[in-house]
Design a protein around this ligand. Structure first.
Ligand SMILES: *Cc1c(COP(=O)(O)O)cnc(C)c1O
Length: 468
């Protein structure tokens, strides 16, 4: 399968190039040339375990020999603590699909565990090196670190604002002692970290000299790996209920997770509705309810991994919405850049897109859902998952069971859980990191200092393999 840019300014590239590029060279996002149609395979796939299903779905997109792909998939999902990987549970009026059984207790592990193996494999095939640079305010950094720790020919440098990420999240990152992992504790804010990151990535010469790469949520392989659990969840719930179609509710930030659901629907999975749930940062809910997508201020909420200003994966949706016409995408993105907003018209029945429903979950709703699900159903949802559940309740339909994606373990967000229920949410993995040895590099909020550190510690782009 070849990959194109949503902006049309790039010759098609193969799968390996698409994964290593991350962002397309014309500033657009990469998408497969065609979406495979799988309706005739649904019956055969229905009984597969998670890893076998992941292999079947990904082999449609990934030009990797079957044996190699199967090995990477098996390794990626063998580390999940639940043998089902993404277990689906009936809870009250709906179903909850738990995506947080990976090493860092967040759904990002599902994709980043696989991406780590894939990077290592592609570099082995091509004889290259990769130095990953990222900035995090929480979840993404630790999932990325766990994805590539100990991997050959890869080093990872993750900046976080020193003392300003939650203690649990900081410990999760800094207790990883592998020699290829560098946690840079920057004396500044998350904005300072992002600013340094952007500025370094803007220096093409430096970036190439040190083979710098990113693991951000626009990487195609992350979206691809996430498509799998939509099939998995739909099969489990259709088997249990006899229903012929399902709905999904997805707590959304950068539109990566729900985009995977949209692609699963395009492939032919009987998805009746995708419910897009946001917190107070509701730019996407506004789009799918009113047709207006407008840049706003970021508000800090109880669900910090959904606190976004613009959604980096949304351009991929706009590409399909524009009839796969890159000129229209370029026009929309240019209008957005110039004016800070775009708008689209509703269809005859007043809807922006018939497959999407959307809503916003306030702080009050989030806390109320956590409390109510604990009291009524003995289920403890993390605040992100609670936003998805709260919005989903408005869109339940007896014909199409609702599957809510649970994106983090509640113990990652103990303050919200305490406020809602008075309980202390715990998990043995997190307790272990709180007592573990840690390693960080303290760094002023100064781009030159970060560059110097990278220059000293990065793997050299072309030379022989170093032994650690
Ligand atoms: C990243 C994240 C989200 C949002 O996912 P997107 O793909 O950015 O929409 C939701 N919940 C949790 C816990 C996350 O870490």
């Amino acid at each position: 399968m070849n990959y194109l840019s949503t902006r049309g300014g790039m010759a098609p590239v193969g799968f390996g190039d698409a994964v290593l590029m991350g962002l397309a060279s014309d500033g657009g996002l990469l998408l497969p040339e065609a979406i495979p149609e799988v309706r005739d395979r649904l019956e055969a796939w229905r009984g597969l375990d998670y890893a076998s299903l992941a292999f079947e779905v990904m082999r449609l997109f990934a030009d990797v020999p079957d044996d190699d792909l199967r090995r990477m998939v098996d390794r990626s999902y063998a580390v999940f603590r639940d043998p089902e990987v993404a277990p689906v549970k009936p809870v009250g009026p709906l179903w909850i699909m738990e995506l947080f059984h990976g090493p860092t207790l967040a759904f990002k592990d599902v994709a980043l565990q696989f991406l780590g193996h894939l990077f290592e494999y592609l570099l082995e095939q091509r004889g290259g090196r990769l130095n990953i640079l990222g900035a995090t305010s929480g979840d993404t950094g630790s999932a990325a670190i766990y994805g590539v720790r100990g991997k050959k020919d890869i080093r990872i440098f993750i900046m976080h604002p020193r003392g300003r990420v939650s203690p649990v999240q900081e410990r999760q990152m800094t207790s990883v002692l592998d020699g290829n992992v560098f946690n840079l504790a920057v004396e500044g804010s998350f904005d300072d970290c992002q600013h340094i990151l952007k500025s370094i990535f803007g220096d093409v010469e430096f970036k190439q000299r040190h083979a710098l790469g990113a693991v951000n949520s626009v990487n195609w392989a992350r979206v691809m790996a996430q498509i799998v659990y939509y099939f998995y969840g739909a099969f489990r719930v259709m088997d249990s209920t006899g229903a012929g179609r399902v709905r999904f509710s997805v707590p959304t930030g950068n539109f990566g997770d729900i985009l995977a659901g949209y692609l699963a629907w395009k492939m032919g999975l009987p998805v009746d509705r995708l419910v897009l749930a946001t917190n107070e940062n509701d730019i996407l809910a506004q789009f799918f309810t009113r047709g207006v997508y407008r840049r706003g201020e970021v508000h800090a909420t109880l669900s910090p991994s959904m606190d976004i200003q613009v959604a980096s994966n949304f351009e991929r949706y706009l590409y399909y919405r524009s009839g796969e016409d890159p000129r229209k995408v370029r026009h929309l993105m240019e209008t957005f850049r110039r004016t800070g907003g775009i708008s689209v018209a509703a269809d005859a029945s007043g809807r922006i897109d018939p497959v999407f429903a959307a809503g916003r979950g306030s702080r009050e709703l989030t806390l109320a859902v956590i409390r109510r699900y604990r009291e009524d159903y003995d289920y403890l949802a993390d605040p992100h998952t609670a936003v998805g559940i709260g919005v989903a309740e408005d869109f339940c339909d007896p014909e199409a069971p609702m599957i809510c994606l649970a994106t983090a373990h509640p113990a990652k967000f103990p303050d919200a859980i305490r406020e809602a229920t008075g309980e202390e949410a715990q998990h043995a993995i997190l307790d272990r990191c709180l007592n573990a040895e840690t390693r960080t590099e303290r760094m002023p909020a100064d781009e030159q200092a970060v560059r110097a550190f990278i220059a000293d510690h990065a793997l050299e782009a072309g030379s022989e393999t170093e032994s650690e």
